[in-house]
Design a protein around this ligand. Structure first.
Ligand code: NAD
Length: 390
């Protein structure tokens, strides 16, 4: 297989020769087709199969990526496939790999993800955490050196579906940094996400979380800048700075080589501090690599390390009151008087629930992303890649 980098992985590539303004004009005249979730799922499965993934791996990758699109997070949806193919072709992502336990003291387990598909390492790490939390009331599981584990809310949802609460701290490393620390005009870390999920039921009956905060610690996730770049759109204000430290709404500098722009951390010093602490507890504390330059970097490498704290609410002595108390609290907050310009108050996780309802019949995918998906599938070896998703 020849290395043919097709996507603009965050760490890597290039503004191409298509100028930002031309992209903007083109995408404004191109309607986004809606694609049935099942068709996207099959496409991802078949692309993974062409890379050599087992059937289970194909399904886990497709479930998470299409699930992210359904939840409204295209940044972590099927548009990640080109990065995965590029990673697999370069040998940075290892197909059919499983996490290995490297430390186990019962309440604290550390796994090495061995650069396997994060959809597999994350799933297996969470299954282990859920089993241990059911036995002991709570557990801490560290997952080091996994390839990209995608939308972190997927793991919060897996815990919630088993009746467990979870707090997840993640760092990102491998490619070049993209987020500037508060006060800096040079990127030093990535978008280090944090997720906190509360279950909607204490039984293991597959319920969605009652509430789930799942966020990048940058003002916008890097993938959202990629989606805006692919669609020829501007990004929100105060999310990115250029090399002189001036705020810009043009995402293309993030894809220059070398990068000429950096994302801003959310909430000034607080988001910057949270990102730094997520790196320290999500990676350094569990033996995972941080962004400091002593570690190898590669444009096709996207490593996530994750510290998960999983708690069984039925072991806290609040099993009888927890859900009623949590629901009463959320209702009380929703009921706040509104500021001008707002017509409701949403709880964390509400936008994703709404998106799932809206997108169940079809997911909008822009033409640039469709082209990249077909090209990456062809690189993976999928025979009919060109005729798919039309
Ligand atoms: P976001 O800003 O869209 O949402 C962040 C959180 O805010 C969500 O919990 C959402 O429910 C809530 N929210 C959104 N709008 C709201 C509103 N109007 N009122 C109340 N709550 C609201 O998400 P993001 O920060 O762009 O992150 C997107 C995804 O990227 C996440 O799923 C995250 O896990 C993922 N991510 C992954 C990595 C990785 O390396 N694997 C890195 C960064 C981000």
């Amino acid at each position: 297989m020849t290395v043919n980098i097709l996507w603009r992985p965050i760490g890597q590539v290039a503004r191409e020769d298509v100028r930002w303004q031309e992209r903007t004009r083109r995408s404004r005249t191109t309607a986004m087709p809606d694609i049935a979730p099942d068709d996207l799922h099959a496409f991802v499965r078949d692309t993974c199969a062409s890379l050599g993934s087992s059937e289970v791996e194909q399904g886990l990758v497709a479930d998470q990526l299409v699930g992210a699109n359904l939840a409204g997070h295209d940044s972590h949806g099927v548009g990640m496939m080109p990065a995965y193919v590029a990673g697999a072709v370069a040998g940075d992502l290892r197909v059919n790999e499983h996490p290995e336990i490297v430390q186990d003291s019962g309440a604290l387990v550390v796994l090495d993800g061995r650069q396997g598909f994060g959809q597999v390492t994350g799933y297996e790490a969470m299954n282990l955490a859920i089993d241990r939390a059911r036995e002991g009331g709570a557990v801490i599981v560290g997952l080091r050196k996994s390839f990209h584990i995608g939308r972190i809310g997927h793991w919060g949802e897996q815990c919630a579906a088993a009746g467990m609460a979870s707090l997840l701290f993640v760092n990102v490393m491998g490619h070049s940094p993209i987020v500037a620390p508060y006060g800096g005009r040079q990127a030093k870390f990535v978008t280090n996400p944090v997720c906190i999920a509360i279950p909607g039921s204490l039984d293991a009956n597959g319920d969605r979380p009652l509430a789930m905060l799942d966020m990048a610690t940058s003002t916008i996730a890097a993938g959202k800048a990629r989606v805006a770049f692919e669609e020829g759109r501007e990004i929100p204000d105060n999310a990115m700075i250029d090399s002189a430290g001036r705020v810009t709404r043009d995402p293309s500098g993030l894809f220059d080589r070398p990068r000429s722009s950096a994302l801003l951390a959310m909430g000034d010093h607080k988001g910057s501090g949270l990102a730094i602490m997520a790196e320290l507890v999500g990676a350094a504390l569990i033996g995972g690599p941080t962004m400091q330059p002593g570690h190898d970097r590669s444009p096709t490498l996207v490593i996530n390390n994750m510290l998960s704290i999983v708690i069984d609410p039925s072991a806290t002595g609040a099993a009888d009151s927890f859900l009623d108390e949590a629901t009463a609290y959320l209702d009380y907050v929703r009921d706040a008087d509104l500021r001008d310009g707002f017509d409701e108050i949403l709880m964390p996780g509400d936008p994703e629930k709404r998106s799932r309802e809206k997108r169940a019949a079809g997911i909008p995918v822009d033409d640039n992303t469709l082209d990249l998906l077909r090209t990456c599938a062809a690189t993976a070896g999928l025979d009919d890649a060109e005729s798919r998703l039309r």
